[in-house]
Structure formats: structure tokens, C-alpha cells
Write a protein that binds this ligand. Structure first.
Ligand code: CP
Ligand code: NVA
Length: 303
């Protein structure tokens, strides 16, 4: 098992499956009130260089439920924001803490942090990947569909950090993923090349959302402008017209499909209010499962 949790491509199918199994076990224990203090007395730093609701709360509550302490470091409050080198921050933080979660911009920042950290580093979202979220989503798919194998997954929207991470998941775990995005908003080329070489034929690309969602079991979308892209909002709204996951698109998928969104959502943009509130939506389960899968990741990696 890798020492850090920076990207799904560092893990095998068997390793990801074992994290998902542990998450299910920890979820059952938490629901039944069975103690599971696997991080008794440990401290996990939670460094945020971007805003967050779910990631912050689920990590902080998760560490507490495991018997440890989460140390919330909000954007702009550490010396990182004033330019202290990543490698210096990483070496110092690793002397105090037993694990470190970071939400930041470039993937190279979490990679450099991990290179210099003697303790496990967990990626809480970068511009390139959001691996904790996709693991929570997979846990939700397993709960609702009995497994991910043999299911068709669809992505409608921006080729962003979520799309990139789904692409890696499809290639590692072996399921079909169809992505629809406007020209100019493609997923990361290196991620796509890697995935297509690893799992030829698994990933299909189109500009037509109707083709992507046709007969799909799992529908996915996300905001059109991610954190850091706020100034592009107006341009993106025009580029993504026609990419709203609404009832007409959901009707093309399987009747028992599940609709996912990592949240926060912009109703009326990438997803309609009726779909996110509708009977196929599993967005609250996804949000809850952040807690359980992250507990599994922390309990596995933090020593
Ligand atoms: N889905 C997700 O990561 O949400 P937050 O930005 O609220 O953490
Ligand atoms: N793609 C979004 C995900 C938010 C959880 C962003 O990066 O802002």
C-alpha cells in the first residue's frame, strides 16, 4: 500500500477494494455505536487553501470518532500563504502530527508535501484530482447497486478534478465510463492517456450528453467553474449550455439509475432542482460517505 493518498493511480484494485470494505465496516460500527478508536491519541492536520464544507467537517468529525484530534488550518492562516516553502512546512508539520490532509491548487503541491513528510499525506482536493470524493462515491454505488462491476458510469460537464479522478477509477477498477463535455473543456490529457493505455475501450468521450447518459446506471456531474476558476463563470455558462443534468437527460438513462453530485451544486446550471431533489438522487449518501471512507483511509495510512 502506498504511504500517502494523493491519487488513485498509486493504488491497485485490491487495495481500493479493501479501503471500501473497511469503510463499510466502520460505517456499520458507527451506526451501531461500536467504538472504533483506531487513531487513539493521534493528531491529523487539516490544511485548507480553498473553501470547504464537507471535507473539513467529515475529516474533523472522522478523526474525532477514531479517537484522535483534527487540527483545522483555514486558508490564509499559516505561513504557507506567506510563501514558506512547501518542503519546510511539510517537514515541520510531520514533526508534530501523525497525518496531514491538504486541500490546495496544484497536484505538484501535495506531491512535494508528501515527498518531504514523514507522515501520511492525504489529498483533500487539488485542481487535478479529488480522490476522497470518488472513493465516497464508489462506496455509495456499492451500497445502491451492489457493486461497480458491469455498470455504466456517465459524466456530464467539465473535464475537471472529479472527471479526472473518475477516469482513473474506471481504469483501475474496470468499469465503463462515458464522458460528455464541450470542446475546450476536456479532462487532463495525461490522465486520459494513462487510463486508455491501462484499460483500453473502458473510457468513451463525446460532446453529446445524450450519448453519454444513454442506458447508464450512474450519472455524475459537477460545477462548471471549479474553485479558482470563478472569473470564468460567465464564459463557462455559455460553453456548458445544454450540459445541464435535467429530467430529459435522466430519462435516457436506466430507470433505476442513481444521480451523483459531489456538492456544492449550482441548481439550474449543471443540475436541475428536480433531478437533485428527485428519486434517483443519492447526493446526501455521497456526502455522508465522505466521513466513512476517509476514516478508512486515515485508519489504514496513519501509524
Ligand atoms: N465535495 C466536497 O469536497 O465538498 P466541500 O468543498 O464542501 O469540501
Ligand atoms: N470541481 C469542484 C469540486 C468541489 C468539491 C472544485 O474543484 O471546485
Amino acid at each position: 500500500m502506498a504511504r500517502h493518498f494523493l491519487a488513485l493511480h498509486d493504488y491497485t484494485k485490491e487495495e481500493l477494494d479493501s479501503l471500501l470494505a473497511l469503510a463499510a465496516d466502520l460505517k456499520a460500527k458507527q451506526k451501531q455505536g461500536i467504538p472504533h478508536r483506531l487513531l487513539d491519541g493521534k493528531t491529523v492536520a487539516l490544511i485548507f487553501e480553498k473553501a470547504s464544507t464537507r471535507t473539513r467537517v467529515s475529516f474533523e468529525v472522522g478523526v474525532f470518532q477514531l479517537g484522535g484530534h483534527g487540527l483545522f488550518i483555514p486558508p490564509g492562516t499559516s505561513q504557507m500563504g506567506r510563501g514558506e516553502p512547501i518542503k519546510d512546512t511539510a517537514r515541520v508539520m510531520a514533526r508534530y502530527c501523525d497525518g496531514i490532509m491538504i486541500r490546495t491548487y496544484g497536484q505538484e503541491i501535495v506531491e512535494e508535501f508528501a515527498r518531504y513528510s514523514d507522515v501520511a499525506v492525504i489529498n483533500g482536493l487539488t485542481d487535478l484530482f479529488h480522490p476522497c470524493q470518488i472513493m465516497a462515491d464508489l462506496q455509495t454505488v456499492i451500497e445502491r447497486k451492489g457493486g461497480y462491476g458491469g455498470r455504466k458510469f456517465a459524466w456530464v460537464g467539465d473535464g475537471n478534478n472529479m472527471a479526472n479522478t473518475w477516469i482513473e477509477a474506471a481504469a483501475i477498477l474496470g468499469f465503463d465510463l462515458a464522458l460528455a463535455y464541450p470542446v475546450g473543456y476536456e479532462p487532463d490529457a495525461a490522465v486520459l492517456n494513462w487510463a486508455q493505455a491501462k484499460a483500453p475501450g473502458r473510457i468513451t468521450l463525446t460532446t453529446d450528453p445524450r450519448l453519454a447518459v444513454k442506458d447508464a446506471d450512474v450519472l455524475n456531474t459537477d460545477v462548471w467553474a471549479s474553485m479558482g476558476q470563478e472569473s470564468e463563470q460567465n464564459v463557462r455558462e455559455q460553453a456548458f449550455a445544454g450540459y445541464c443534468l435535467d429530467d430529459s437527460l435522466v430519462q435516457l438513462a436506466r430507470p433505476d439509475c442513481i444521480v451523483m453530485h459531489c456538492l456544492p451544486a449550482h441548481r439550474g446550471e449543471e443540475i436541475s432542482d428536480s433531478v437533485i431533489e428527485g428519486r434517483n438522487s443519492v447526493v446526501w449518501d455521497e456526502a455522508e460517505n465522505r466521513l466513512h471512507i476517509q476514516k478508512a483511509i486515515m485508519a489504514t495510512l496513519i501509524r
